[in-house]
Ligand binder design. Structure first.
Ligand SMILES: Nc1ncnc2c1ncn2[C@@H]1O[C@H](COP(=O)(O)OP(=O)(O)OP(=O)(O)O)[C@@H](O)[C@H]1O
Ligand SMILES: [Mg+2]
Length: 251
């Protein structure tokens, strides 16, 4: 099970979902790998000290002698390892121009390491470029976080088009696992309207669990903790736990 968390819109909750979903898998005795493909390295910073990171996914992409196993670091959570990103990943697109297998790099490199894990979660950058396409090609499933906001559905056509292109040749079995609504504010009429609109477009694909807006979720990465350790009794912990249950039911 390799799950990409993707949406080219920025700030919709991809990283928050990736780090907490990965943390929810780990205590179920699932050996879990969180791959950070975003040059901003927010997932990496949520679990590792970036100063200690020597090699990153950038090296895996550009240096054939560097394997996934060379870059993967254990996190403070049992069963959870992290394949870190570094800002250098932003240069990848330019660096790989002209190579023939550009879209298959991650899939090829992940195959050898995947046997060590029961679940792999990939945090994608806010773009539909080379990194996100590599993630989609390497994934069995895609989970799309959509922020509960007025422009929630803007850009989803482009995302769906990219998924179709990936399915056409590179990865025909890629499944949309579901859509999770994030940063929801139950109290407002606008949020309820947005929910109805998202339901209209994605129907049964929308997870029953909705992630509400919560200061705890916003704070937890700064303390290098998942929501389950940082604020186990918070709404965010309950919601990401439930989302994990739904994910397990669907895969
Ligand atoms: N449920 C939530 N309640 C409150 N704040 C949240 C919630 N989920 C995420 N945030 C905050 O919103 C911001 C954007 O979230 P996040 O980084 O997860 O989005 P992203 O899609 O990964 O962003 P980017 O596209 O830049 O990678 C962060 O500051 C995060 O802490
Ligand atoms: Mg992010």
């Amino acid at each position: 099970m390799v799950i990409s968390i993707a949406n080219q819109k920025g700030g919709v909750g991809k990283t928050t979902t990736a780090i907490n979903l990965a943390a929810a898998f780990a205590p179920r005795k699932k050996r879990t790998l969180l791959i950070d493909l975003d040059p901003q390295a927010n997932s990496t910073m949520s679990y590792l000290d970036i100063m200690q990171v020597e090699k990153s996914m950038y090296d895996v992409f550009v240096d054939p002698t560097v394997t996934m196993r060379d870059v993967i670091c254990p996190s403070s959570l049992q069963n959870l390892s992290v394949a870190p990103s570094r800002i250098a990943l932003a240069k990848l697109e330019a660096r790989m121009v002209g190579e023939l297998d550009v879209h298959f790099k991650l899939k090829d490199r992940l195959t050898a390491a995947a046997a060590d894990y029961d679940a792999v979660v990939i945090d994608c950058p806010p773009a539909l470029g080379l990194l996100t396409v590599n993630a989609l090609v390497a994934s069995s499933h895609l989970l799309i976080p959509i922020q509960s906001s007025y422009f929630a559905l803007e850009g989803t056509d482009d995302l769906l088009e990219t998924i179709e292109k990936v399915r056409a040749r590179a990865n025909p079995t890629l499944k949309i696992l579901g859509v999770v609504i994030t940063m929801h504010d139950k109290r407002t009429a606008l949020a309820r309207d947005i929910r109805t609109q998202i339901d209209k477009v994605f129907g049964k694909k929308v997870f029953r669990t909705v992630i509400t807006k919560s200061v705890r979720l916003e704070e937890s990465p700064a303390y290098k903790e998942s929501i389950f350790k940082f604020a186990p009794d918070s709404s965010g912990a309950t919601e990401y736990y439930r989302l994990c249950e739904e994910v397990m039911d669907r895969v």
